[in-house]
Structure formats: C-alpha cells, structure tokens
Design a binder for this molecule. Structure first.
Ligand code: FAQ
Length: 336
C-alpha cells in the first residue's frame, strides 16, 4: 500500500498519472487545451498546467545550455582561424551563440525559474545540453562542418519551434533561426572554398571532418520516436510540431544534395534514394553511442563542463561590478 502510494506520487511528478482535480482546475485545463487546439499562443501570465510549464522549462533551459556550451568547441579555434575574414566571421558566430543562450534563459525566466537556478543545474552536471557539443574540434574544417551540419540540423529543428505554443519561446526562435541561417551558410562557404580552391590535404581535412560529425549531427534530433519520452505530450501541446524522426529525415534529405555540391561523401554506405518514400534511406544510428554521450561519457563531456564552470567563476568580478554599479545608480537616483 505504502509502496503503491510512493509509486503513484513518483508517476504524478513525471506527469504520467493525473492527480484528482477540482472542478475549477478541470475547467481551467479544458479552457487551456481549447486555446492550444485553436492554435493560440500561451503567454507568460496566462494560466498553464504545471506539467506544461515544467516541460517548457526543461526544453528551453536545455536549449539555452546547448547554446552556451556550444560556444566552446568553436571558441577553441578563434585564435587559429586562417585569415582575418574567417576569424571575424567565427567571432561573430560564437558571440551570436552566446546571445541565443541569453534570449533562451530570458524566455525560461518568464516561466518563474531563475537564471541562477538554471546555471547551477548546468554547472553541477544535473542539466542536459545537446550531445553534439561533447565531440572534439580537431582541425579547421571542423569549423566549416559545424556551421554546415550542426547549425543546419539546429535550423531544421528550430524553424518549427517558431510556431511553438509558448509565445516567448516562439518569438526568441524567430531571431535565433535568422542568425543560424547565416551560421549555416558561412560553414558551407568555408568548406566550399577548401574543396574548390584548397590543396588535396585541405580537401582530405574536410572529408575527415564530415566523417566525424555526420552521425553525431543526426543524433541531435533526439532518440527515435518510439523511445522519445516527451514527444507525444509535447506534440499534443504544440511545443514540438514535428517528431524527432521526421525532422531527422528532413535534414538527411536536404543535406545529401548539399554534400554532392560540395563534393564530399557522407559516411553511410546505406544512404540511398527511396523512390516510393521520396526520401533517402539511411543506415542504422548507433544509439548506444548517443546515450553514452548524453549520460556524461562522451569524448569531451568533462572538459566542456570544466570550461563552463571556469568561465562562470572567472566572470564573477563582472557580475559583482555590474551589481555594484546598479546599486550606486539607485542610490544616486534616490539622493537626487
Ligand atoms: N542531446 O523525449 P525526448 C544548437 C534527451 S542548439 C542531449 O525526445 P524532447 C545551436 C532529452 O532531453 C542544439 N540530450 O526529448 C548551436 C530527454 O531527456 P530528459 C540544441 C538529448 O525534449 C549550433 C531524453 O533525451 N537544440 O545546436 C538529446 O522531447 C552550433 C528523451 O528525449 C535544442 O535544444 C540530445 N541531442 O526532444 C550552438 C532545440 N536529444 O530531459 C553552437 C530544442 C534528446 O527527459 C554551435 N529542443 N535528449 O532528461 C528540442 O527540440 C528537443 O528538446 C529535442 C529532444 C528534439 C532536442
């Protein structure tokens, strides 16, 4: 009996069973569902079910963490960019990713959670961020491939989020997608230059980078639909509009032709056009690798987290100075 009660509480917390609701709560929830069905945006001050709020905080904060951890693999190459032009582009891109993190933390804060709480979850290793950023960036072509494939996958996933039912997240995504589109193009352009004007060694570098990033890019879309814990409910609520597998397929279909234009080979011998499906078939994805990385055992998980924590600690004086400045301004305003 006791065990059963505990079990129910745990499942309630996960939103798998519904607690007994009052008539008033039921009416509010029915009205909320009707707004979702009508395609209305839900705004910060509107009533929303607790599980909807939690789902958004989880997804938006993981997304924000991904943006700021995602600055690290590319940040490594700012000092080693081959020309001033490439360095300026890379700097701008890395700064954009930091900005995306800020819009997303701000969107999460509208749901009643503090930025400090979210960052604490990241820095203590409790929060997830995208698996892709736990792979190393070994050569300059990795910068191009991150733009082309990683930003390409991010756009594919994020364009539908511009229609997410939660207004502040959807609006943040509109701007993020515009910037990601520039990121994708600069990556493709950098690779195109290496492939068309580069030496054989530079072309080999591009192919090597494509070989290493292709499969992890496909994993960015999350586990297969059948194993996706949150998809059914998130799609019901209009948080996610297209499933993990469908987005992955759209990305593959768009990317194969771009690879042909670049003159690189995608490292999947089973990649083949399927006339009946009007899509590319592809080889099996190694989901054990995905879960290994998600659970903290990828090639760079420790390094990324340590770098993030160091950046946070090193920046303490900036936060303190900003707060001291604000306090001074308020005192001056009071005195005037
Ligand atoms: N990595 O039930 P689902 C970027 C977790 S931004 C790690 O399918 P959901 C920009 C998932 O959290 C890239 N964990 O989950 C850039 C859940 O765990 P939980 C980030 C993953 O939420 C470019 C569990 O597996 N983009 O790249 C991953 O419905 C270049 C079960 O999964 C976003 O965050 C993964 N790949 O669908 C920056 C977009 N996939 O929470 C710098 C917004 C799944 O129960 C340089 N997010 N998990 O402990 C989304 O669209 C969704 O959250 C998905 C996952 C599709 C990622």
């Amino acid at each position: 009996m006791y065990t059963q009660a505990m079990d129910t509480m745990a499942r309630e917390a996960k939103g798998q069973v519904q607690a007994v609701k009052s008539a008033e709560e039921q009416a509010r929830e029915t009205a909320f569902e009707a707004r979702i069905d009508a395609g209305e945006f839900i705004e910060a001050k509107d009533w929303m079910p607790d599980h909807y709020r939690k789902t958004l905080v989880r997804q938006i904060s993981q997304h924000a963490h991904s943006e700021i951890v995602g600055m690290l693999p590319e940040g490594n190459w700012v000092t080693r960019a081959p020309t001033l032009k490439r360095k300026a582009i890379l700097l701008a891109k890395v700064q954009d990713e930091g900005g995306h993190g800020l819009y997303l933390y701000a969107a999460a804060e509208t749901l009643g959670v503090s930025r400090d709480e979210l960052l604490d979850a990241l820095h203590s290793g409790r929060a997830k961020y995208s698996s892709i950023f736990n792979y190393p960036t070994l050569n300059w072509a990795d910068m191009g491939v991150i733009g082309w494939l990683v930003d390409g996958a991010a756009i594919m996933n994020q364009v539908p989020l511009c229609r997410c039912s939660y207004g502040p997240y959807a609006r943040a995504m509109v701007r993020v997608c515009k910037e990601e589109s520039f990121h994708q193009r600069q990556g493709f352009d950098a690779l195109n230059v290496m492939m068309t004007q580069g030496t054989p060694a530079q072309r080999d570098m591009v192919q090597d980078a494509v070989n290493r990033w292709w499969w992890p890019s496909l994993m960015m879309f999350g586990p297969p639909d059948a194993e996706s814990t949150h998809s059914t409910q998130s799609m019901r609520w209009g948080i996610k509009r297209i499933s993990n597998d469908d987005l992955r397929q759209k990305f593959i279909d768009a990317t194969v032709e771009q690879a042909q234009v670049l003159g690189v080979t995608l490292p999947d011998p089973l990649l083949k056009w399927n006339e009946a499906r009007q899509s590319y078939d592809h080889g099996p994805i190694d989901w054990s690798e995905f879960w290994n990385v998600v659970n903290g055992h990828g090639p760079c998980n420790r390094e990324r987290l340590a770098d993030r924590v160091k950046a946070w600690d090193d920046g303490a004086w900036v936060r303190e100075a900003a707060l001291a400045h604000e306090r001074k301004k308020q005192l001056r305003a009071k005195a005037a």
